[in-house]
Design a binder for this molecule. Structure first.
Ligand code: BES
Ligand code: MN
Ligand code: ZN
Length: 478
C-alpha cells in the first residue's frame, strides 16, 4: 500500500472510495461531510436521515457519486465515541475497501493514527489458504497528512499477529529463534540464542522441565538494542515475553474447549520480538533495550515433567510441580532471573499467564501487576497513549501462603481463587528488587472477532504499549 498526501478540494479527490468519519451523534452540517453533501446536492444528509445513520461504530453508508465529484464512491463511516476515532476510521475503511475490491481509498483526515488504522485494518492472515483468497487490491491511500512512523509500527504489529496466528507445527521455539535472528540481522541488533545444550549448561532447569515432554528443543532468545551513542551509563530496560508455542497443559492435559487456541500462548514473546523489530527501525534515543523470550512447548511425552517433581531454578530457588499447566511462570522465572543479570533499570514481562485474569477483567483488557508504583504508572500511561486497555491488579503478598511447599521452596500453583495474583507472586520471587511490571495478556492477545483496528485471532496486543513505553523511557530514566 502506498500512502500519499492530497492537496486541493475534496470534491476533486481522484479515488475509487472516499471515506468520511462521523462521530456518534455528530451533525452532518459541517466539515468535509457537509462539503461533499453540498456537491452531491444534499444526497448524503437526506439518505443518512432515511437510513437512520447516526455514526454508531461500524455503521456505514455507501453512495455512488455518478460523476458529481471526482471520487467514484463516498462512504460515511460511524466511528462511535472512541478515544482514537482516526484509528477506528482507518481500520473500518480499509476493511470495507478490501471487501469492495477498490484500488484507491481517500480520506479527508490524515496522520499517524489514521494510517496505523488503515494498515492494521487491512491485515488478514492468509498464509495457508490455497482457495478463495481475495488478494488485497487496495494499492493507494490518499490522506491529508503524513503517517510518520505508522508503517514501521504496523509492520511490527503484523509480525506479532502472524506469529500468533501461525500453526504450532510451524511456529516452534526454533522458528521464534530464527525470527529473532532475522530481526537482528535486518535491524542491526545484537542477538544471543541459547539452545538446549546451552540451557543445560547454564542450569535453566525450569525452562528445561517444561520442554522435557516435547520433541521440540527449547530456546532462550536475547536481542539487544543500543541507542546511537549509548554508553555503559545509558539506562536500560528489559522486555520479557512468554513464548510457549503450544500449551497442551502437560500431564495436566487441557480438555477440549480449552486447548484449541493454545498456539496463542506465545503472544507475549511475539509482542517482544515485534517490539524489538520496530525499535530497531525507529531508533528511540537514550535507551538500551533487552528483548528476552523463553520458548518451549508444553506436551505430554515420555520424558514430560511430573506432579511432585522438584527442580532447581536458574536463580537457585527450588520449585515443586503441583500442576504442569502452570508452565508459563516456570519458563518466565528462569528468563526473569536471566533478565536481571543484564542489570536493567526496569523489567516488563508480557504473558498469556492465567485464565483467571480473563475472569477478572474480561477479554479486552490486560492486568498490570507491579512492585513499583512509578513503573506501573509509566506502563499505564504508555497503554493510554497506545490505545490499549489495562487495569492495575494487587500484588497481594498475603496470598503467598497458598504457594508453600512441604518439600521445596515453593509450589508452582496455589488455590483457585486469586489465580492471576498467585501467578504474579510466583514471578515476583525471581525479580529481586528491580522495578518490574507483569502484564497478564491472556484476554486481549486473542480476539474472537475483528473490531476496529483489532483483527480476528492474534491481535498483536502489547506491541503498541511497549513502543510508547520505550519511547518515553530514555528521558524518564535519564
Ligand atoms: N496459557 C495458559 C493461560 C491461558 C488461558 C491463556 C486461557 C490464554 C487463554 C496457562 O499456561 C495456564 O494453563 N494457566 C492455568 C494456571 C493454573 C493451572 C494455575 C489456568 O489459567 O488455568
Ligand atoms: Mn498452561
Ligand atoms: Zn500457558
Amino acid at each position: 500500500m502506498l500512502f500519499r498526501r492530497h492537496e486541493g478540494p475534496l470534491t476533486a479527490l481522484d479515488v475509487d472510495l472516499l471515506a468520511l468519519g462521523v462521530a456518534q451523534g455528530a451533525a452532518l452540517t459541517e466539515g468535509p461531510v457537509a462539503e461533499l453533501d453540498k456537491a452531491l446536492g444534499g444526497a448524503l444528509s437526506s439518505i443518512a436521515a432515511e437510513e437512520g445513520f447516526e455514526g454508531r461504530e461500524g455503521q456505514s453508508l455507501l453512495l455512488h457519486t455518478l460523476g458529481r465529484v471526482t471520487a467514484r464512491r463516498v462512504m460515511l463511516i460511524g466511528v462511535g465515541k472512541d478515544a482514537d476515532t482516526d484509528r477506528t476510521l482507518g481500520a473500518l475503511a480499509a476493511r470495507r475497501a478490501r471487501d469492495l475490491g477498490v484500488q484507491s481509498l481517500g480520506f479527508a483526515a490524515g496522520g499517524y493514527s489514521l494510517e496505523l488504522g488503515v494498515r492494521l485494518g487491512a491485515y488478514r492472515y492468509e498464509k495457508w489458504r490455497t482457495e478463495g483468497v481475495k488478494p488485497n487490491k487496495l494499492a493507494t491511500v490518499v490522506t491529508a497528512a503524513a503517517g510518520g512512523e505508522a508503517e514501521a509500527v504496523a509492520a511490527a504489529v503484523s509480525l506479532a499477529r502472524d506469529l500468533v496466528n501461525g500453526p504450532p507445527v510451524d511456529i516452534t521455539p526454533t522458528k521464534l529463534a530464527e525470527t529473532a535472528q532475522a530481526i537482528a540481522a535486518e535491524g542491526g541488533l545484537e542477538v544471543r540464542i541459547f539452545d538446549k545444550a546451552a540451557l543445560t549448561g547454564k542450569g535453566m532447569n525450569l525452562l528445561l522441565a517444561v520442554s522435557a515432554g516435547s520433541d521440540q528443543e527449547p530456546r532462550l532468545i536475547h536481542l539487544t538494542y543500543r541507542a546511537p551513542g549509548a554508553t555503559d551509563a545509558t539506562p536500560s530496560v528489559a522486555l520479557v515475553g512468554k513464548g510457549l508455542t503450544f500449551d497442551a497443559g502437560g500431564l495436566n492435559l487441557k480438555p477440549s474447549g480449552s486447548i484449541e487456541d493454545m498456539k496463542m500462548d506465545m503472544a507475549g514473546g511475539a509482542a517482544v520480538l515485534a517490539a524489538m523489530k520496530a525499535i530497531a527501525a525507529l531508533k528511540p534515543a537514550g535507551i538500551v533495550v533487552h528483548g528476552i523470550v523463553p520458548s518451549s512447548e508444553n506436551l505430554t511425552g515420555g520424558s514430560a515433567y511430573k506432579l511432585g517433581d522438584v527442580f532447581k531454578s536458574y536463580l537457585g530457588k527450588t520449585v515443586e510441580i503441583m500442576n504442569t499447566d502452570a508452565e508459563g511462570r516456570l519458563i518466565l522465572a528462569d528468563a526473569l532471573a536471566y533478565a536481571n543479570e543484564q542489570k536493567p533499570r526496569e523489567i516488563i514481562d508480557l504473558a498469556t499467564l492465567t485464565g483467571a485474569i480473563c475472569v477478572a477483567l474480561g477479554n479486552d483488557r490486560a492486568g498490570i501487576f507491579s512492585n513499583s508504583d512509578a513503573i506501573a504508572a509509566a506502563v499505564q500511561a504508555a497503554g493510554d497513549a497506545a490505545g490499549e486497555a489495562f487495569w492495575r491488579m494487587p500484588l497481594d503478598r498475603t496470598l503467598w501462603k497458598q504457594m508453600k511447599s512441604d518439600v521445596a521452596d515453593m509450589k508452582n500453583v496455589g488455590k483457585r481463587w486469586g489465580g492471576a495474583i498467585t501467578g504474579a507472586l510466583f514471578l515476583d520471587q525471581y525479580i529481586g528488587t528491580t522495578p518490574w511490571v507483569h502484564l497478564d495478556i491472556a484476554g486481549p492477545a486473542w480476539a474472537e472477532s475483528a473490531e476496529g483496528h483489532i483483527s480476528k485471532g492474534g491481535t498483536g496486543f502489547g506491541v503498541l504499549t511497549l513502543l510508547e513505553y520505550v519511547k518515553a523511557a530514555g528521558a524518564r530514566l535519564a
